[in-house]
Ligand binder design. Structure first.
Ligand code: PLP
Length: 387
C-alpha cells in the first residue's frame, strides 16, 4: 500500500480511487472514513428518527424510513465497486419488487427468463393473475432471437439472469443489452450468483444490476438484504420513492454485517471458485455422476470473457440414480449441510426437485461451495456419493 494512504493530513481524506486499480483493493477500502476522528467502521445506527425541523428536503436525515447512516455506508461501498449509485433493501425480493414497480411505470410488459429465480417468476405471475397490469412473457435467454421477437412487440422490461440456477446456464448479456437498447427497453441483470466482482452487468450495458446480498456478497449466511446499482439518476430517484413508499428498507444491523462481510468478498470468491472448479472436475470423473453443470467446465470463449475472474461458487450435478438416491447422498454428508441458499463460506447442498415448481431433473443436487479445505470437501462428497 503506498504511504500516501496513511497519515491524517487533509490531502489524505481525498478519494483514492485513482490509486485503486483493482476491485480487490477497492472492496477492502470502499466508503471508509479517513478524516481525523473517523471510526474504523461506520457505526450501527439504531434509531427511528433523526432530530430535524424545517423543510425535510433540506436536512440530511429525518425519519428512519428515508435513510440512516448505516445503510448509507453500505450503499456508498456498493456504488464504489460498480462505479454507480446503489440502493439497499430489506431483502433481495424487496429490491426486485422496487425494480419491477419503478420499471413498469411506462410499460407493463416484462420479458423474463423461463428458468430465472423462482420467486421472481412467482411474483410476476402473481402480479399478472391478480390484475396488477403486469404482463410477463417468459423466454429462453439463450435464444437471442426469441428475446428480440418478444421485445420487438413494443418496449418492455428485460429481466436477465446469468448464470441461472440450478442448471448454471450462461446467456450473452452483452448481446441482450444491445437488443434491449436498440428496441427501447431497459435491462436488469440479477447478478446474485456471481456478485459485482465476477460479473459487471453495468459495463455490459444493463440499466441496473440487482443482487441478493443474502448470498455470496455478504457471504456469511447471517442476514437477508438486497441491493440495486444503476448509473441512471432518474431510475435511482424512482427506486428511492418506491422504497420509501413500500417500506422495504434494510435493518441497520444487517446493513452493518453486510458491509463487514463484503470486505472479504474477493478473498472468499478466490477460494470458492477454485474449490468449485476442482469439485466440478472431480464429479465429472465420478462413477456415480451422470452430468455436471458448471460454467468453468465450458469452453465457450464468450462465456469466459463475460466472467473473466471466475465462474462462481455454485455447481450442480445429476446423480446416476433416482430422487431417493440423491436424498440419501445429501443426508450422508458430514461437513456439507443440507440447505437451500448459496454463496456462504460454509458449503451446503440440496436436491433441487424437493421444491414444488422446480423443473430440475429428480436426481439433481445443487452444491454451493464454501471456503473449507478442498481435500476435506472432496472426501465428504466422495463418501456421501458412495461407489
Ligand atoms: C436469493 C435470490 C434472490 C432473492 O433474494 P432474497 O434475499 O432471498 O430475497 C433473487 N435472485 C437470486 C438469483 C437469488 O439467489
Amino acid at each position: 500500500m503506498p504511504s500516501r494512504h496513511r497519515g491524517t493530513s487533509s490531502a489524505d481524506s481525498l478519494p483514492a480511487a485513482e490509486l485503486m486499480s483493482d476491485l480487490r483493493t477497492t472492496i477492502v477500502h470502499a466508503a471508509e472514513g479517513r478524516a481525523q476522528g473517523d471510526p474504523s467502521q461506520a457505526p450501527i445506527e439504531l434509531t427511528a428518527f433523526h432530530v430535524s425541523s424545517g423543510d425535510p428536503a433540506e436536512v440530511p436525515l429525518s425519519y428512519g424510513r428515508y435513510g440512516t447512516t448505516t445503510w448509507t455506508a453500505l450503499e456508498r461501498a456498493l456504488g464504489e465497486i460498480e462505479n454507480a449509485r446503489a440502493l439497499t433493501f430489506a431483502s433481495g425480493m424487496a429490491a426486485a419488487t422496487a425494480l419491477l414497480l419503478a420499471l413498469t411505470e411506462q410499460t407493463q410488459r416484462v420479458v423474463a427468463p423461463r428458468d430465472g429465480y423462482y420467486t421472481v417468476r412467482l411474483l410476476l405471475e402473481r402480479l399478472r393473475s391478480t390484475g396488477r397490469g403486469i404482463d410477463p412473457v417468459l423466454v429462453d435467454l439463450m435464444d437471442v432471437d426469441s428475446v428480440r421477437t418478444a421485445l420487438a412487440v413494443g418496449p418492455a422490461l428485460l429481466w436477465a439472469e446469468s448464470p441461472t440456477n440450478p442448471l448454471l446456464r450462461v446467456c450473452d448479456l452483452g448481446a441482450l443489452s444491445r437488443i434491449a437498447a436498440e428496441l427501447g427497453s431497459a435491462m436488469i441483470v440479477d447478478n446474485t450468483l456471481l456478485t459485482p466482482l465476477l460479473q459487471r452487468p453495468l459495463e455490459l450495458g444493463a440499466t441496473a444490476s440487482f443482487v441478493s446480498l443474502t448470498k455470496a456478497t455478504s457471504g456469511h449466511s447471517d442476514l437477508l438484504l438486497g441491493a440495486v446499482t444503476t448509473r441512471d439518476d432518474d431510475l435511482y430517484a424512482r427506486l428511492v420513492t418506491w422504497r420509501t413508499l413500500t417500506g422495504g428498507i434494510p435493518g441497520p444491523v444487517e446493513a452493518w454485517l453486510a458491509l463487514r462481510g463484503m470486505r472479504t468478498l474477493a478473498l472468499r470468491l478466490e477460494r470458492q471458485c477454485a474449490n468449485a472448479q476442482q469439485i466440478a472436475e472431480f464429479l465429472r470423473a465420478h462413477g456415480r455422476v451422470r452430468r455436471v453443470h458448471y460454467p468453468g467446465l465450458d469452453e465457450d470463449p464468450w462465456a469466459r470473457a463475460q466472467m473473466p475472474a471466475g465462474f462462481g461458487p455454485m455447481l450442480s450435478f445429476e446423480l446416476d440414480g433416482n430422487a431417493a438416491d440423491a436424498d440419501a447422498a445429501v443426508e450422508r454428508a458430514r461437513i456439507i449441510r443440507p440447505a437451500t441458499s448459496f454463496g456462504g463460506i460454509d458449503s451446503t447442498w440440496e436436491r433441487r426437485a424437493r421444491w414444488t415448481g422446480e423443473s430440475a431433473p429428480p436426481s439433481l443436487i445443487r452444491l454451493s461451495v464454501g471456503v473449507e479445505h478442498i481435500e476435506d470437501l472432496i472426501a465428504d462428497i466422495d463418501q456421501a456419493l458412495g461407489s
